[in-house]
Design a protein around this ligand. Structure first.
Ligand code: GSH
Length: 229
């Protein structure tokens, strides 16, 4: 079974949770609290020398880091990743855009302003750049989505999952989505796509299985604490 090392409130981790849920892949969730430094212990650095989450542990024991690489791996052979070379390249195009032009502004603003206590004071010098780059990225998305339902294909792909994760909580990073109607409509389309789960979704625990709770969740899933991993 896969093990996902992740922090629930992280947009990058949510991408992987959402893909696993939509694909109905069973996995164990290992909570890693980066705000308490659990990602910088010698044990965690052995798993990922970069000390970051999400981190996917494969059934054979290997580790795969980088949210978009994990999405690409999990989606292979599924409806979330097309087969045609140009369509695959379009998926990668938007995932590179997400990492280069979108997440470093929109994801970073939310992380420091919403999740880190005192983050605004610590990162005052970054605010103008986050706003300028983040609104530029939202403008690119708005222009593209004015003509399309999803980013790379006529149906939802991992490019949409990658971009959705931070965009749907952009307001927590103090971005106003009101001037971006095409982006807002696309957010609703992603939420309406089959198998969608919210950011606070957690996989089913063995206890839930025993009590019959969460009966609508198909896959038998588990969670555990990082220190018990
Ligand atoms: N490019 C990486 C970024 C991963 C990343 O920055 N993760 C954050 C949480 S969202 C993290 O682990 N930060 C802790 C740290 O850098 O010490 C990805 O997409 O997976």
């Amino acid at each position: 079974m896969f093990k996902l090392h992740a922090m629930q409130s992280s947009g990058n981790c949510y991408k992987v949770l959402l893909a696993l849920a939509k694909l109905g892949v069973p996995f164990t969730l290992v909570d890693v609290d980066i705000l308490r430094g659990e990602n910088r212990t010698p044990e965690f650095l052995m798993k990922n020398p970069e000390g970051r989450v999400p981190l996917l542990q494969l059934p054979g024991g290997r580790f795969l880091a980088e949210s978009n690489a994990i999405l690409f791996y999990l989606a292979e052979g599924t409806h979330l990743l097309p087969q045609a070379p140009l369509a695959r390249a379009e998926v990668l195009r938007w995932m590179f855009f997400e990492q280069h032009s979108h997440e470093p502004a929109i994801g970073a603003a939310r992380f420091w302003l919403k999740l880190v206590r005192g983050g605004r004071e610590l990162r005052t010098h970054d605010m103008d750049r986050w706003m300028e780059d983040g609104y530029a990225a939202l403008g690119v998305m708005e222009r593209h989505l004015g003509r399309r339902r999803f980013f790379a294909e006529e149906t939802l792909t991992i490019a949409d999952i990658a971009l959705f994760a931070h965009t749907h909580v952009a307001e927590e990073g103090e971005f106003d989505l009101a001037p971006f109607p095409a982006v807002r409509n696309w957010l609703e389309r992603v939420k309406a796509d089959p198998g969608h789960v919210a950011m606070d979704w957690r996989p089913q625990t063995p206890q839930d299985v025993a009590t019959g709770a969460l009966a609508d969740v198909a896959a038998p899933l588990e969670t555990e604490k990082v220190n018990g991993a």
